[in-house]
Design a protein around this ligand. Structure first.
Ligand code: SF4
Length: 368
């Protein structure tokens, strides 16, 4: 089937038909995990808001003046946040930053003052520190070269980079990625492929409601599927919606409606079936959990008891117990997972021994 035919097929499916297909896909799973929705108890180390790109929808970038920027997070802060996270039994440390912050003088000066060779060494040192505390790092720091990947693979449980959208109009005059050179589709895809070649468990996904079309969304999901078929390293697909917030002047021409959000969620689940979980951040769908679960969501991603969602700080994380309660009422179980999905733990060459040892300890608690 070619993409054109698949897209046409999907656009004609009614909500009832979509729900029916999701139900059938779920029934292909063994009975004991058919009704599981997973999440990872995490905390975020937001290392630097400095970023070479200027995506119109971004609240994180250091150019947003209404918020306090981080040039580089220092060790005292990292230690404080990590110690707090340990008390809450967080197992994932999400390492987040803008792209290539070391392009900026302020960041460079800090690295020099701290006697750290470069930004990637700084990341490596933080991951090393987290691993000593048995915290599993998941990094999302933008584009990296092959050597950076090889170095950081030893110190991370998984990595991530959103594909966002390959819709070409987003890169043209007036598009949200016009001033973001590293968001060019080829560059993003190349990054995801590099991770595949190096057997790195990888998280990617789409950013919705930034000017892309329905067709673009499906094409991008099919693209991720093809990459995964070749390299087998995609561990989850996130469907994240753009949220308007103070300080951001960008307004999408056609805001993503809840109906469209649900539809693309169901289509994603149909495309990836039970091979790759579909994640929707629970803080973006407050009150609609039932609808999204019925449309195929089977993962709620990282939920933090101690740090905010730095991308959408106006959207609070739900309390884990409350979310558990909501899922239980709907006949589903909210189950904790690690930042690396279970099937990658035993896959050859996907993990360093140091990380495997930490995971083995957690696996007993979480997966048994
Ligand atoms: S690359 Fe990320 S941090 Fe940088 S401007 Fe775009 S969305 Fe913001």
């Amino acid at each position: 089937m070619n993409d054109k035919f698949i897209i046409k097929n999907f656009s004609n499916l009614s909500v009832i038909k979509l729900k029916e297909r999701i139900k059938n896909i779920r029934e292909e799973l063994p009975k004991d995990n058919r009704n599981n929705i997973t999440f990872s108890k995490n905390f975020t180390l937001s290392l630097s808001n400095y970023c070479i790109n200027q995506c119109s929808y971004c609240y994180y970038n250091h150019r947003i003046e209404s918020k306090k920027n981080i040039i580089l997070l220092d060790l005292d802060n990292i230690k404080n946040i990590t110690n707090n996270a340990l008390q809450y039994e967080c197992k994932e440390g999400l390492i987040l930053s803008g792209e290539k912050p070391d392009y900026f003088l302020e960041v460079k000066e800090k690295l020099e003052r701290w006697n750290i060779q470069n930004y990637i060494t700084y990341i490596k040192n933080i991951c090393d520190y987290l691993l000593d505390k048995s915290i599993l790092p998941h990094i999302n720091i933008g584009l990296m070269n092959f050597n950076d990947f090889i170095l950081l693979k030893e110190f991370t449980a998984s990595m991530g980079l959103m594909l966002e959208s390959t819709g070409l109009r987003l890169y043209k005059n007036g598009g949200v990625h016009q001033k973001s050179p590293s968001k060019l589709p080829n560059v993003r895809i190349d990054h995801i492929i590099k991770a595949g070649k190096l057997k790195i468990p990888f998280t990617t996904g789409l950013l919705l409601g930034i000017g892309e079309s329905f067709k673009d969304r499906i094409k991008d999901l099919l693209l991720i599927k093809r990459v995964h078929e070749k390299f087998g390293h995609i561990q989850e697909v996130i469907l994240q919606k753009f949220e308007p917030k103070e300080g951001i002047t960008y307004k999408p021409k056609n805001e993503l409606s809840i109906k469209e959000y649900l539809k693309i969620t169901a289509i994603a689940r149909i495309i990836f079936r039970n091979e790759i979980p579909i994640q929707v951040p629970p803080n973006l769908i407050n009150g609609f959990e039932k609808d999204f679960i019925e449309m195929g969501v089977n993962d709620f991603g990282g939920i933090s008891p101690i740090t905010p969602d730095f991308i959408n700080p106006n959207k609070k994380w739900p309390q884990i117990d409350k979310l558990k309660h909501i899922c239980n009422n709907l006949g589903y179980n909210l189950k904790e997972r690690l930042p690396i999905y279970k099937k990658f733990i035993t896959k050859r060459f996907f993990l360093s021994n140091r990380i495997k040892n930490i995971i083995e300890n957690y696996s007993e608690k979480i997966y048994n």
